[in-house]
Each structure stands twice: as structure tokens, then as C-alpha cells.
Design a protein around this ligand. Structure first.
Ligand code: SAH
Ligand code: DHB
Ligand code: MG
Length: 221
């Protein structure tokens, strides 16, 4: 099969739906210009997250792993009026780039970017108030995915969506003897989802301009 067909299809769909405005394009450009890893979700994946946020009528969203705030923008745009996104980023330089992109989008009242290790920051958020999260998106620190899931579940309602990126890893997830801690992390996560009766889950394989990976979507029962 033509190696590029999936990438071409991704471009075709992105153009067909005019998915990226100047703010999103500028956000991607800022990531390249600052030499940050090109690990943002694609436009099509962003649109899918946007749709999921709409489906669960999200008002309160938490994201683990901001990078340049590309996925953050998609999630924030799905909120109507009084919603709030908190996105956690461990790298202070990345967080600065992300804050600038959020400002450019005029979303600084809707989005808070907190610098720090996500597990620590979530621990602090728990102490502040026992808030309920409508959508939790984890996209960093794969070895701790189960810990993020447990936190999300403790702050969930019936219907809350808990979403995890990169759970297929070019199919490396098939290797039960993998020494790669990211692969081991998502393997353990997928296994946990399969056994967990508190959520209903579906894992999607995804291909496109960002390669071959997958998204785990779980709804709290
Ligand atoms: N969600 C973004 C991409 C995130 S890439 C998007 O789709 O646009 C993963 C990010 O998580 C990187 O910026 C990395 O610095 C950050 N990260 C890694 N470990 C982390 C941790 N323990 N806590 C918070 N952020 C972390
Ligand atoms: C990696 C992380 C991501 O969030 C992503 O979308 C792609 C790759 C990584 O750490 O390899
Ligand atoms: Mg990712």
C-alpha cells in the first residue's frame, strides 16, 4: 500500500473541513520554531476531541501534557460560555509558549496552564476542592496513565469521559516483553481498562500525519 495514503487522507479531510484557522496554524508553527517535540494531536484528532467534549457537554476539562496548547485550544473551543480547562505542563518553557498561544486565541479566561509534574499538581487540585471533571485528557507521562485514570475516576460523575492518547504506539503495544517504559505504561493501561467495570471503554487505532497510534476513550458508568 502507498505509504503516504494515510497522511494524504488526513490532509484531504483537514482541508475539506477547513479544520485549522490561523490561531491553530500559528500554534503548530510556534512548536516548530521553538524546537519543541512535534507531538500535538493532528487537526482531525483535535476535531474529534472537540466533538467528544461537546458530546459530554463538558464544562470542566483537565488535560495532562500541554506542549504548545494545540489540543488545549480544541478542547477550550468546545466549551460554551462558563467552562474551564486546566492543562498541566512540566516544562516551564513549553508552558510559556502555550500561554502565549492561549492569549493569541483570546482564551486566557477559559484556560489555565499550570507548570509542574501532573501527579503533584493533581494532588494539589484535590486538596483545593473536590471538583467534578467532565472530560479528562491524558497525553503525557505514559508510565503514570493508571494513576491519572484513578485520579480522574475519583473526580468523575456518571458520563465523565477519560481519554488517553498514544495507547497503540505503532503497534509496539503488542510486545508483551517490551522494555520501553511508554509501551509498558500503555499496555498496563489498556489491560486495566479491559478489566475495569466502572467504565465502558473503546480503543481506536488511528493513522494519519502523526503516524500510527491510538486513543482510549472511557465513559464512567
Ligand atoms: N496535548 C498536547 C501534546 C502533549 S505532548 C497536544 O496534543 O497538543 C506531552 C507533553 O507533556 C510535553 O510537553 C511534556 O513536556 C509534558 N509532560 C511530560 N511529562 C509530564 C508530567 N509528568 N507532567 C506534566 N507534563 C508532562
Ligand atoms: C509521544 C507522545 C505523544 O503524546 C504523542 O502524541 C506522540 C509521541 C512520545 O512520547 O513518544
Ligand atoms: Mg499524544
Amino acid at each position: 500500500m502507498n505509504d503516504h495514503i494515510f497522511g494524504k487522507l488526513d490532509e484531504y479531510l483537514t482541508n475539506l473541513f477547513s479544520l485549522e484557522d490561523d490561531i491553530l496554524k500559528q500554534t503548530e508553527a510556534s512548536i516548530r520554531e521553538n524546537g519543541m517535540p512535534e507531538h500535538s494531536v493532528s487537526a482531525n484528532q483535535g476535531q474529534f476531541l472537540y466533538l467528544l467534549a461537546k458530546l459530554c457537554r463538558a464544562k470542566r476539562i483537565i488535560e495532562v501534557g500541554t506542549l504548545g496548547a494545540y489540543s488545549t485550544l480544541w478542547l477550550a473551543r468546545a466549551l460554551d460560555g462558563n467552562g474551564q480547562v486546566t492543562s498541566i505542563e512540566i516544562d516551564p518553557n513549553f508552558a510559556q509558549v502555550a500561554r502565549k498561544n492561549i492569549q493569541l486565541a483570546g482564551l486566557e479566561k477559559t484556560v489555565e496552564i499550570i507548570t509542574g509534574d501532573a501527579l503533584e499538581v493533581l494532588g494539589q487540585l484535590s486538596q483545593k476542592d473536590k471538583e467534578i471533571v467532565d472530560l479528562f485528557f491524558m497525553d503525557a507521562d505514559k508510565p503514570n496513565y493508571i494513576a491519572y485514570f484513578d485520579w480522574a475516576l475519583r473526580h468523575s460523575r456518571k458520563g465523565t469521559l477519560i481519554i488517553a492518547d498514544n495507547v497503540i504506539r505503532e503497534g509496539k503495544v503488542l510486545d508483551e516483553n517490551s522494555k520501553d517504559e511508554k509501551v509498558r505504561g500503555v499496555r498496563a493501561y489498556n489491560q486495566m481498562l479491559a478489566e475495569n467495570r466502572k467504565v465502558t471503554s473503546s480503543i481506536l487505532q488511528q493513522v494519519g500525519i502523526k503516524g500510527y497510534d491510538g486513543l482510549a476513550i472511557s465513559m464512567v458508568n
